[in-house]
Design a protein around this ligand. Structure first.
Ligand code: IPE
Ligand code: IPE
Ligand code: MG
Length: 236
């Protein structure tokens, strides 16, 4: 078995089901988001300890701005708290934290939190933790097209230079392709998550709601990944 078949290099997690987790317990949706954030901390430790190098999580989509002001405010408060409180943990775990997403419509304290944590972890090498916040796959492609057009207009590159690698290198972050994407809560859709990066990813859709998706569930997912036969268009 090839090495990349044993362990995915880049795992994406669409952390869905926080609201339903809370509803099942007769709690407000915000409790589900808090439980999801607590779960993420433990889960990340586990995933990076296994030896996986890149993890991308979908924390807030561009479309999530449609939710009530109360919920959006709660989530933004949670991100700010999470970044400040967990900064030490990321540093001690030697994880480089990066963000993917649009800076438009984000509060100043959220932007400041992003800058602070990226700066504090930029030289760390055990693994890369990419947080998709105010992220949309289509928006990322629009922003990338704009970035590339500017480079063409400034004579930094020629139109003939545009190819798949160039697009990959001009996305919000320059990351390897996703090998494995997990979406919790039983929903079987992508909801605009890392469209370019997931073109040959394996997908896994457990029924478990994200706050309950623990290390054991992750290991189960990994076993499933290891059974998949990735062909990339070839014959086998
Ligand atoms: C995912 O959980 C977290 C975010 C989208 C921010 P949801 O809030 O979508 O939970 P459900 O899908 O309503 O259960
Ligand atoms: C996708 O979940 C976004 C995140 C998990 C952050 P949603 O709950 O927003 O997706 P839909 O609306 O069910 O497609
Ligand atoms: Mg949802």
């Amino acid at each position: 078995m090839e090495e990349d078949k044993v362990l995915p290099k880049h795992v994406g997690i669409i952390m869905d089901g926080n609201g339903r987790w809370a509803k099942k317990r007769g709690l407000k949706r915000s409790f589900g988001h808090k439980a999801g954030a607590d779960n993420l901390e433990k889960l990340l430790k586990h995933i990076f300890n296994i030896g996986i190098k890149y993890v991308s999580v979908y924390a807030f989509s561009t479309e999530n701005l449609k939710r009530s002001k109360e919920e959006v405010d709660y989530l933004m408060d949670l991100f700010v708290k999470y970044f400040t409180k967990k900064k030490k943990i990321f540093v001690s775990e030697e994880l480089k934290v990066i963000f993917s997403g649009s800076k438009e419509n984000l509060r100043n304290d959220v932007l400041a939190g992003i800058k602070e944590i990226e700066e504090a972890t930029k030289d760390l090498k055990k693994g890369t933790f990419n947080i998709c916040l105010n992220y949309g796959g289509r928006k990322e492609l629009c922003d990338t097209v704009k970035k590339i057009c500017e480079k063409v207009m400034n004579d930094e590159i020629k139109i003939e230079d545009i190819n798949e690698d160039l697009i990959t290198h001009n996305l919000y972050q320059d990351l390897p392709d996703l090998d494995f994407v997990i979406r919790t809560s039983g929903e079987m859709r992508i909801s605009n998550f890392m469209l370019w990066q997931s073109s040959y990813a394996e997908y896994y859709f457990p029924e478990t709601l994200f706050p309950d998706f623990d290390s054991k569930e992750f290991d189960k997912a990994l076993l499933e990944y290891q059974k998949r036969n990735r062909r990339f268009g070839g014959v086998q």
